[in-house]
Design a protein around this ligand. Structure first.
Ligand SMILES: [Zn+2]
Length: 542
């Protein structure tokens, strides 16, 4: 006998009971749910049950297994009728056999309650008046929803017709009813009523509910970077009703961002991303308090920014910022959700701010340099890749806020080309120094300098070092100023050709490799190593 099943014909309770008999069992309890002749003031003549069987069977089996585990019963099972039922018919049967009666009662009760909450089964009631309607009133009872009636001839969703609802224009349908499957078109919303945020599709989850929604409403989340990763993070967190969302980003929108940053429009190119994102998010959910920080996340503002938030989602496109966010989160003892993507691959890590939580540096003690890995601008990326990882970050964030199980001391690596996924253990390293990095970083003079032409840089005493690859130099040589070509890999391997008292301006295509290289040199005593902000792409004349 299957633990959970549907039956298209009348149930044989005797046969069902016999299947639960066991010589070790001293108690047996069963529950029967019958079709009654009224519901919520309507006189009901008969009803029909429809189930989404593939999904329902799995969830039903899970529920019975949970009951067996939870209450230690010997055997348990549940059968639900589908199809057309008359008044008095047995609609659902639950049985449990156990050593003692108490467990059997408890298991029965658990199973029927959970089945009513979690299994996608819809009931269509036929009323004395000739009307009929799909209802699932358990859901309304639990979540205190109002029944909103809509005229089905105007608003009937496609799935509703598939379920066989009549096209009688006077028919009333519970609009929220087939909550899991049916969604009415936007026109189904009452035209005169101003739409309000509706979290019912997430509060319907047992693990969320109204108390989970309150947790989200009280949460304050800082999102670093409003780009490829940040856009899905911000969108989902705003949609979920996270009470306060902070956005840190100093960039303006570039047309090349749009293939992966779906919150923005072509007409917005050139405008600051924080303002664009804030406007869209406020329109998406006016209940969310969106705060903008139009600046680059840096050692000088990190601690101050974090102070106002409970959790950090790191969505920048460079490792310098990721490690800075890591150090700031550790110093503030606040959880942080990290992701990074490279071409078709990406990785996800969560720092949970516990004593044994592994951080980014526990995994990468020698902070990975951007130049060695590349970012979207230089390495290229398909839009959905950051989309997937940003969505995963949003998911892990919601799980953290809701207290659901999530990624703990592991790193997830996904290759989106092959769709292969790997999980690596991330162990908190005792020797990982979690404190003083920020303090060090704060005394550093600024690493980046901006020029729109290289000749003034040369007159100011900078020696220009082109750290790009041979091929890049051939494709786009630097013509307007004298420069020395030392590819990044050679520079990382040896600083031999450089003088510690010299002032260097490191140059790459877009400024991320050169920034990493300048940091590398600074750490080795080259106190006057600078990076050309935005790289050659930021220059007017090359
Ligand atoms: Zn660590």
């Amino acid at each position: 006998m299957k633990a959970f099943s549907f039956s298209h014909s009348a149930l044989d309770t005797n046969a069902l009971r016999v299947a639960l008999e066991d010589p070790t069992a001293g108690g047996y309890a069963s529950f029967e749910g019958w079709v009654r002749n009224h519901n919520e003031g309507h006189a009901v003549t008969r009803l029909e049950y429809e189930a989404f069987e593939a999904l329902a069977n799995k969830e039903g089996e899970r529920i019975v297994a949970e009951a067996i585990e939870k209450f230690g019963v010997v055997k348990a099972a549940c059968v639900h009728r589908v199809g057309s039922l008359a008044i008095g018919d047995l609609a659902v049967w639950v049985g449990a056999s156990s050593r003692h009666r108490a467990e059997a009662f408890a298991a029965c009760r658990y199973i029927i309650d959970e089945v009513k909450h979690r299994v996608p089964i819809w009931k269509k009631e036929h009323y004395v008046t000739g009307d009929s309607g799909w209802v699932n009133c358990e859901r309304c009872a639990i979540h205190g929803m109002e029944h909103e009636h809509v005229h089905s001839h105007e608003h009937e969703g496609p799935r509703l017709s598939a379920l066989g609802a009549s096209r009688n224009p006077d028919q009333h349908v519970h609009s929220h009813v087939p909550a899991r499957e049916l969604s009415f078109p936007a026109s189904a919303q009452s035209l005169e009523a101003r739409a309000r945020p509706d979290y019912s599709r997430q509060t319907a989850l047992r693990d969320v509910g109204e108390s989970g929604q309150r947790k989200l409403r009280n949460a304050r989340v800082l999102v670093i970077g409003a780009g490829g990763l940040g856009v899905p993070v911000l969108t989902y967190l705003a949609g979920a009703g996270v009470g306060t969302l902070g956005i840190v980003d100093g960039d303006t929108l570039d047309a090349s961002n749009l293939h992966r940053q779906t919150l923005y429009s072509l007409g917005d190119v050139g405008k600051p991303k924080v303002s664009l994102a804030a406007a869209r998010l406020r329109a998406l959910n006016p209940e969310v308090n969106v705060r903008t920080h139009q600046e680059r996340f840096s050692a000088s503002n990190a601690a101050l920014l974090l102070a106002d938030y409970d959790l950090v989602v790191e969505c920048s496109d460079n490792f310098a910022t990721k490690f800075l966010a890591n150090d700031a989160a550790l110093a503030a003892r606040k959880p942080a959700v990290f992701a990074s993507v490279y071409q078709y691959e990406g990785q996800l890590q969560v720092y949970r701010a516990n004593a044994d939580s592994a951080c980014l540096r526990c995994l990468w003690p020698e902070a990975t340099r951007d130049g060695l890995v590349g970012n979207c601008a230089e390495a290229g990326v398909l839009g959905p890749v950051p989309g997937v990882f940003g969505s995963l970050q949003a998911l892990e964030t919601l799980k953290l806020l809701l207290g659901l199980p999530g990624l703990t001391n592991e790193i997830v690596l996904i290759d989106l080309l092959t769709l292969e996924q790997r999980k690596l253990r991330a162990v908190r390293r005792a020797e990982c120094n979690h404190e003083p990095v920020i303090a060090q970083a704060q005394v550093q003079p600024s690493l980046e300098v901006s020029f729109i032409d290289l000749s003034p840089a040369v007159s100011e005493g900078y020696t220009v070092i082109d750290i790009r690859e041979d091929q890049e130099v051939r494709d786009l040589p630097i013509a307007r100023a004298p420069s020395t070509h030392i590819p990044l890999a050679s520079l990382l391997a040896s600083t031999e050709p450089l003088q510690r008292n010299e002032r260097y301006l490191l140059v790459c295509a877009r400024g991320s490799r050169s920034r990493a290289a300048a940091e590398h040199l600074r750490e080795r005593g080259f106190t006057q190593a600078y990076s050309l902000k935005d790289g050659l792409a930021g220059l007017i004349g090359k």
